[in-house]
Design a protein around this ligand. Sequence first.
Ligand code: PLP
Length: 400
Amino acid sequence: MKLNEIIEMDSKYYMKTFGNRTPVCFGHGKGMYLWDTEGKKYTDMLGGLAVNALGHSHPKLVDAITSQACKLIHCSNLYYIETQARLAKVLVENSCADRVFFANSGAEANEAAIKLARIYFKKNGQPEKYEIITLINSFHGRTLTTVAATGQEKYQKPFAPLTPGFRHVPINNIDELEKAIGENTCAIMMEPIQGESGVNPVTKEYAQAVRKLCDEKGLLLIFDEIQCGLGRTGELFAYLHLGVEPDIFTLAKALGGGFPIGAVLAKEPVASAFEKGDHGSTFGGNPLACAAGLAVMDVLLNDGLIENARKMGAYLKHKLEDLKAKFPSITEIRGKGLMIGIQLNNSKAASIASGLLGKGYLVGSVGADIIRLLPPLVIEKHDIDGFVEALENVLQELQE
Ligand SMILES: Cc1ncc(COP(=O)(O)O)c(C=O)c1O
């Protein structure tokens, strides 16, 4: 089909949730690159919003999905599932958690984390503890409860009344957090690096102070690592940068490399609060999703991708700092590893993203002033050199 036919069909039949999308339709991808249906090649600096950590069509992922699909795509969770047990083992053996539950998306993983925190206190004789404190400008998903957890009014207002039991406090402000804790508080939930609001990291000092507060007051610490986890920051999990361990954390996005799967992971005794019948999922952790997850974890852990994220992230940041020195419209380069935000002061993020698209580079823009980069972890130096040169050209063109 021609692009204009696809656009026409989409606008007639698809709900308008994504508005007028970027007028491109991709036909295939390989590694760092995507080709649209008209044959134009793009370098993917957005990685399907932090999903395509292995790049596009990684042979090990393709092989794992196709061979599992030939054997068994789905059976119900009424039966034991080998790939599910194996993926749970890999995640537990490589993290601070003791047990895993698999969902189908990030929002569902966060829903499970919230339910787990509440039921843990109910089963421990403290039913009054149900409230969760999250951060302003956080993003935790689009279900009614995760929208309530999300600290951004624009996602909440149209759907009020929301699930009760959430309070929001400013990031990196321990006094405000301490003031918000009350007799109903059961947990504090945060992204180690906020993604959707434009790459805003919590500081190490703050994370450590939050952990201490949780320990003193008997609260659970929940990390949402859906965007920042799984190697993106140059460590397998972002909490490793912070020197603290969460009681519960969530994963999704990169876990299936593009195949939908989410996970909630928890330490004992919290994890064991979920007993028979307390939670479930029809698709969650099915044989195919977990085969994809196993392939992703294998490549992440054994093919040097995390180290590459660290090294290439530092190289990219260094080159962006050089650009910042040349262009006063760039005011800050934020983030860790391959999760980078470029802060602007000229409200031209959308024009820059569209200029880069014209030159064959995909990036994200957040609001009017932030460019977000989440490239696949297989990125190489020459991709970064090409991208930074294209960005410099776009910035120059926009200055004229
Ligand atoms: C930090 C974080 N949490 C949760 C979600 C929701 O994940 P999903 O869209 O898979 O439901 C996202 C998605 O962008 C996210 O970035």
